[in-house]
Write a protein that binds this ligand. Structure first.
Ligand SMILES: [Zn+2]
Ligand SMILES: [Zn+2]
Length: 273
């Protein structure tokens, strides 16, 4: 498969992972899926662990990084990158992370970003209540006809102008669309949990769609793919998330943007960016 591809390997509060790849290399985003599930999902697309030149972590919540998956990366010799603020905390929590840091296969990065074979990776802070903060990413890599950009942000409490700026003119993006506010409010969950999700945790369908609109307004050409991610099982439906994004797109009369919702327990078909 030539060209630049992306698949969400699994996306939910039960576990997160995504892969982007081209002829030159591959990058994994987050290590929150069980390593036993990862292998068959990757092999569906003809990918092996050895193809990955890097794995990047958004933040340290348990649905984004797991000890056994870290250990698997170590065994497969895939370097794992984590932001410098989260670097010591990851090591304090995971034996595998300490071992990898000692060997040099767990690497911290700051403002300078990450160089991985075939990929230029920039990172930016996003608002999410995780120890050590949470990062969004912008990947630059070769596609069929020149360099392509994929922007990625999940999880986040709000999408500010700085985030929108990063997403403008991306060829594809992944953005959280976590919950429908009404479903969340009527979920019967404790008030503190609802407030945490709304205020410091996760982006609602409406907030995600609003950011999508701003991204479209700022872009010279619309992205080919808008992937909605980290949908809540109890407080969202894929059709609601997609409908909200579609309204933002429709209001701007923008043509062919493929709007997809990532699935919880199975990978999305690879999208050629
Ligand atoms: Zn999460
Ligand atoms: Zn989180």
């Amino acid at each position: 498969m030539s060209g630049l591809h992306i698949s969400m390997l699994g996306s939910s509060s039960a576990g997160n992972g995504a892969a982007i790849w081209n002829d030159y290399g591959a990058v994994m985003i987050d290590l929150g899926l069980g390593q036993r599930y990862l292998e068959p999902r990757l092999s569906r697309f003809g990918l092996r662990f050895a193809d990955f030149s890097a794995a990047v972590i958004t933040h340290l919540h348990a649905d984004h990084v797991r000890e056994p998956t870290l250990r698997r990366m170590r065994r497969e010799r895939v370097p794992v990158y984590v932001h410098e603020r989260a670097f010591p905390i990851l090591q304090a929590r995971h034996i595998a992370a300490r071992e990898m840091a000692d060997e040099g296969s767990l690497r911290s990065f700051g403002d300078e970003g990450i160089e991985a074979e075939g990929f230029e990776i920039e990172s930016f802070p996003v608002s999410h209540d995780a120890p050590g903060g949470c990062r969004g990413y912008v990947f630059r890599a070769k596609g069929d006809d020149g360099d392509k950009i994929i922007a990625y942000a999940t999880d986040l409490a709000y999408a500010d102008d700085a985030l929108v700026e990063r997403f403008i003119d991306a060829d594809a993006f992944v953005l959280e669309s976590n919950h429908d506010v009404e479903m969340l409010e009527n979920s019967g969950r404790p008030r503190e949990l609802i407030d945490r999700i709304r205020n410091t945790g996760h982006l609602s369908n409406d907030e995600s769609a609003e950011a999508f609109g701003k991204i479209l307004d700022g872009s010279r050409r619309p992205p080919k793919l808008a992937m909605l991610a980290h949908l809540s099982d109890e407080c969202n439906l894929p059709e609601l998330a997609i409908a909200a994004a579609n309204r933002a797109r429709g209001a701007r009369r923008v043509g062919d943007v493929e709007i997809r919702a990532a699935k919880r327990f199975e990978p999305t078909e690879p999208f050629r960016v």
